[in-house]
Design a protein around this ligand. Structure first.
Ligand code: IMP
Ligand code: MG
Length: 181
């Protein structure tokens, strides 16, 4: 494991467990929207790996788009301010939209995105998240309709999730411990 100086990684969720759970989540989506089309919107960059695995197991007519957001600051803390860096390519009016996120933490990012997307009149708007840290939630109403795993309050990396843009390529989700500062 290519750890950066002083940083320590410990496996929390193995790749095999992630893959198994994603197939279950995809089946649930396929059942819920049987006979309909769904439009998956990935939140860049963290969700890209989850989304690319998920979409291949969804047994429906599917289309895809991306949004990019940043919360100010690039460390391990969410500042609460969200900026939209890339908007959708096409209209979502009347569509069954599933917003795909890597992790729900404070809920600030998703609640901002849901507000933006709801104004565009989708037929349905659902949230799929690989991970959830419910103990960190600030916006209490935010919950995933489709969830991979609920995890304790630890900073995690891998399977798309980064620390300062590193570790997205790990196949497992790992707990990252930083060197004492
Ligand atoms: P929220 O707005 O606080 O819910 O934060 C959501 C975003 O913060 C996620 O999309 C991630 O980019 C980032 N984030 C929150 N927790 C973690 C973590 O444990 N590891 C890596 N990124 C995280
Ligand atoms: Mg991030």
């Amino acid at each position: 494991m290519p750890e950066h100086s002083g940083e320590h990684l410990k496996v929390l969720i193995r790749s095999s467990a992630i893959q198994k759970r994603i197939r279950q989540v995809a089946r649930q989506i396929s059942r819920d929207f049987k006979g309909e089309r769904v439009h998956l919107i990935g939140v860049l960059k963290g969700a890209c790996i989850f989304l690319s695995d998920l979409i291949r197991y969804v047994d429906l007519e599917v289309s895809l788009d991306f949004m990019a957001v940043s919360s100010y600051g690039k460390g391990s803390k969410s500042s609460g301010e969200v900026r939209l860096n890339k908007d959708l390519d096409t209209s979502i009016e009347g569509m069954n939209v599933i917003l795909v996120e890597d992790i729900l933490d404070t809920g600030l990012t998703i609640s901002y995105l849901c507000r933006v997307l709801q104004q565009r009149k989708p037929k349905a708007l659902r949230i799929a998240a690989l991970l959830d840290k419910p103990s960190r939630r600030i916006i209490k109403e935010v919950k995933a309709d489709y969830l991979g795993f609920s995890i304790p309050n630890e900073f995690v990396v891998g399977y798309g999730l980064d620390y300062a843009e590193r570790y997205r390529n790990l196949r497992d989700v790992c707990i990252l411990t930083l060197p004492p500062s």
